[in-house]
Write a protein that binds this ligand. Structure first.
Ligand SMILES: [Zn+2]
Length: 606
């Protein structure tokens, strides 16, 4: 900025000229004298003379009468510098300090300081551990669900927090399997629950296994945190909205050369002949199998088991169907065994339930144990739950009941809670269900936080892996997360280079665009043709439950992604979750928190 001030007046010039007796410098018309100019220039901080900036004042006579002070006409230069400050005054920061973003972030740092001071590094500082696993809940899923949840509550959304967004400690997990860049749930959950990374598709065994080869299991079995907790005398529980024999929950209790061996009909003859047991069998016989491995060990088995997957426990016989069976023959088992009945015989004081009424009737303060199998296959998507034949509890309901039952044990408990269907919503290419299940997962975590004492319970929230799910384009703040991209200042959707609108959410691969309207079951998309690539969404409501996002690469189902996932923690030892880690760190944080190995060892050598 330049301030050019003509401060002289003619008389002055004339007078000066007269005094000097030198009229040769007067204007040609004899009455206009030379003008004296002062040129003020603002100089920026860092200036050679004014280190903090200020004003440079150049003055001189406009000798050539061109109405401006040229460089050669400057006869004097002075500066008015801003004062040099040696400290920040309050007023310097006033603009920042009056800003809510500033205030909020400063408070977060203050809170973090307090949390760091209170951090409990003591081995065995925790009595209980709850591990929440959002299957397929990558960071983009967390962000989109946070926005969706906020928008469901009438907020713009981006400023919202899911329950675990507020956890004081977080880190990242590298999710690759030993033999794969992009992992599956079997290898990843084995890493989390046993502290050992392993191959894709195998449960509770190390990388020396050959997937699908039963004879390679022996000698490569790992011990899981659930098993150690059981040996240590803690109460134990496993919950999932997927089949309870599915990879994530199964990694807590089973050793299997293949995650797909959910019941005996899924196993090759060679595996059966070689003596491998199916996963459902290993669940029902968890107590017996664990005791068989350690001389003199007496444990009481899993107190809480809830999820879907009834078909793997029932014989392939219509007579064994549950009252709410969907298939003509619900059971898959080809060995004639009814594992639900075997469980009831083993635990006559336990409660087996298959629907919501039975679930609600259980008093967790007095119940000894619960075995809930609420669906033939996976439990419903949360958005589709009201369509269940006989009614199902939500993940939050199951978490609440589990904690109430497990905390009857003074020694503490270990609970694993999986939201299994975030993953399935994504595989189907349907963000609506993936996000609604993530929100329900967040609610379940919130419930657990409210029900437990932060001084004695470590809660870890993480995902096994991510999905090829993105939040894209430049939508304006508060744009519906399931909507089409509308830019800042606009009301109509942006057009891509192909002149068609596009959604914020999308997938790199999968079945692609589908408009199934009010359909709340994402899996209905598997009955539709694959439609990868672009569609004209001009007249499509992309915010409906049945909208399936576009996908670039056609595939029979959308895939996992290989990037890191978040680990969020609160409670004793939570501060050990920091930085970027191999996923197997999660076992070791839990182990440290409740001194699991020592407690189990003490129990084995009384
Ligand atoms: Zn998956």
């Amino acid at each position: 900025m330049k301030l050019l001030t003509k401060i002289s007046i003619l008389a002055t010039s004339v007078a000066l000229a007269a005094c000097n007796g030198d009229d040769g410098q007067n204007g040609t018309d004899g009455k206009n004298g030379q003008s004296s100019f002062v040129l003020q220039t603002v100089v920026q901080p860092g200036h050679a003379v004014c280190a903090n900036g200020g004003i440079q004042i150049d003055s001189g006579l406009d000798k050539d009468g061109n109405g401006k002070l040229d460089a050669g006409e400057i006869t004097s230069t002075t500066h008015q510098c801003k004062p040099t400050k040696t400290s920040l005054s309050q007023s310097d920061l006033l603009t920042n300090a009056n800003n809510n973003w500033y205030v909020q972030s400063a408070k977060s740092v203050e809170d973090a300081k307090q949390m760091a001071l209170k951090a409990n590094n003591e081995r065995g500082g925790a009595k209980n551990v709850i591990l929440f696993v959002g299957d397929g809940m990558g960071v983009s899923t967390v962000t989109a669900a946070r926005i969706r949840d906020g928008q469901n509550k009438g907020m713009k959304g981006e400023e919202n927090n899911l329950s675990f967004d507020k956890f004081p400690f977080a880190g990242l997990a590298k999710t690759y399997n030993v033999d794969a860049q992009t992992p599956d749930s079997a290898g990843t959950m084995t890493a989390m629950i046993s502290g050992v990374k392993t191959d894709v598709g195998v449960l509770g065994v190390d990388e020396d296994i050959e997937r699908g080869n039963c004879t390679t299991v022996s000698g490569n079995e790992l011990v899981s945190a659930i098993e150690l907790a059981e040996i240590a005398g803690l109460s134990t529980g496993v919950i999932s909205t997927a089949r309870i024999t599915h990879a994530t929950p199964a990694a807590t209790y089973a050793k299997s050369a293949d995650r797909n061996w959910e019941d005996i009909s899924d196993m090759p003859d060679a595996a059966k002949t070689a003596g491998c047991k199916d996963i459902a069998d290993q669940l029902v016989n968890f107590e017996t199998n664990l005791e068989a491995r350690y001389d003199g060990l007496d444990v009481d088995g899993l107190e809480v088991v809830m999820g879907g997957g009834r078909r793997h426990f029932l014989p392939k016989d219509a007579a064994a169907n549950s009252p709410d069976a969907r298939s003509d023959i619900e059971g898959d088992r080809t060995d004639g065994r009814n594992l639900v009945n075997e469980w009831k015989a083993k635990y006559p004081n336990g409660d087996y339930v298959f629907e919501d009424d039975g679930f609600r009737a259980i008093n967790p303060e007095t119940a000894e144990r619960i075995f809930g199998l609420f669906n033939e296959s996976h439990m419903q998507y949360e958005a589709d739950r009201s369509n269940d034949v006989a009614g199902e509890p939500s993940l939050t309901d199951m978490t609440e009941k589990a904690i109430k039952l497990l905390d009857n044990n003074d020694k503490g408990y270990m609970l694993v809670v999986e939201s299994g269907r975030i993953d399935h919503g994504h595989h189907a290419g349907n963000a609506y269900n993936a996000l609604e299940d993530t929100i329900e997962f967040s609610e379940a975590i919130e419930k657990a936080v409210r029900m437990t004492n932060p001084e004695e319970t470590l809660i870890i929230v993480t995902a096994d892996h991510s999905h090829v799910f993105t939040i894209a384009g430049y939508p304006k703040r508060g744009n519906p997360i399931l909507g089409k991209v509308v830019a800042i200042g606009k009301t109509e959707p942006e057009k891509a280079a192909d002149d068609k609108p596009y959604t914020t959410l999308g997938y790199t691969n999968g079945r692609g665009f589908m408009d199934l309207g009010a359909e709340t079951d994402a899996d209905a998309g598997y009955d539709q043709d694959i439609h990868a690539g672009r569609a004209d969404l001009t007249d499509v409501d992309t915010t409906t439950p049945g909208f399936h996002q576009e996908a670039a690469v056609p595939r029979s189902s959308e895939t996992h992604a290989g990037e890191d996932v978040g680990i969020y923690a609160k409670g004793p030892s939570a501060q050990l979750v920091s930085g970027t880690n191999e996923q197997s760190i999660i076992f070791h944080v839990m182990e440290h928190a409740i001194d699991l190995i020592n407690k189990a060892e003490t129990k084995l050598k009384p």
